[in-house]
Design a protein around this ligand. Sequence first.
Ligand SMILES: [Zn+2]
Ligand SMILES: [Zn+2]
Length: 379
Amino acid sequence: MNPSASKKPGLIWLNVLVFTSTFAIAAIGVPLYAYFVGFELSTIIAAILAIGFCGLSITAGYHRLWSHKAYEANVVVRFLFAIGGAFALQNSILHWSSDHRTHHRFVDDNEKDPYSANRGFWYSHIGWMLREYYPQDYNDYHNVRDLKRDKIVMWQHNNYLLLALLTNFGIPVVFGLITGQFWASILLVGFLRLVVSHHVTFLINSLAHMWGTQPYNDQNTAKDNPIVALLTYGEGYHNYHHAFAFDYRNAIKWWQFDPTKWLIKSLSLVGLAKNLRKTPEERINKAIAKLQRNKTCEKLNTLSIPNKEEALLLIHQEYDELLHAMNTFYEAKKEWLEVTKDKLIDNVEKSQQAKRYRELKQSWTEQQKHWQLLIHQYA
Ligand SMILES: [Zn+2]
Ligand SMILES: [Zn+2]
């Protein structure tokens, strides 16, 4: 017998059974039924909506609302996310958020991060839930004391099993009976929906820590990847997320796919969410520039080129100038915004401030172009 195998913690048979049986039924039953009987459009649409409901309840609710407190939500929204989370069968909000806060605090630490990506794809994707890796911590909720004050969170936690059973059996059964597509609904809205929403979330712990770029922080394995974002309701911009975890956005550019952010913003526009937290643009730009400087210097240090010292000095000088241009621009922007709001200040002064703001913006833009050229030269 392999001695290392004997050291592995015991299997959690309930999880093993749930994950394997649901996956097997979805992978075998769905294609067979599609071939021999066929699915009606209404069932397919219901399954897609149910997948979205589960997925967004996890990303907008469990993750950004409760784990990170990136915004505040109305009781109706919290109730719906609590139901969607039980339907997604990913444990209670309290438990999920506790695990997730530990993940952020000890990211990549093989002893403390519950789904450390350093332990490999399988472990971070699903393996961590199949064995008793942290039995002593299972009911330790000291890092989610704030969530215990949320009545919806505690109601869902105390009734989790009942809610999970009611949603997972009730919704597919009721829909199947209403439409007369009973087995089709069980397969698509029941099993396929569950398996898809499981693995979509699991990808954030596995693939989003393995595949992609690191524009904001390289001190952990989290990556930004637009393809992973497409699959995970925007959570694939995971490098940004680990750098600025309290931000309600994971993607900051308008063209990047982050439907979770769009949902939260839409909820705020109709008064169902408020206090959306955003990282100041200045902090984001500073993080990018600092990382670019560090990476370029590291790269230069590994090269054997003439005038290396001068090149390193030039990068540091240009970086300082970039920061100076950035700081003066953001200060001018702040002043300009204050002046425009102040009714006591006359239009002459306002236009002078606006002119100064535009000039500094121009010089910062030029400094940025200069910086990018220099960085690419050594890339
Ligand atoms: Zn992560
Ligand atoms: Zn997070």
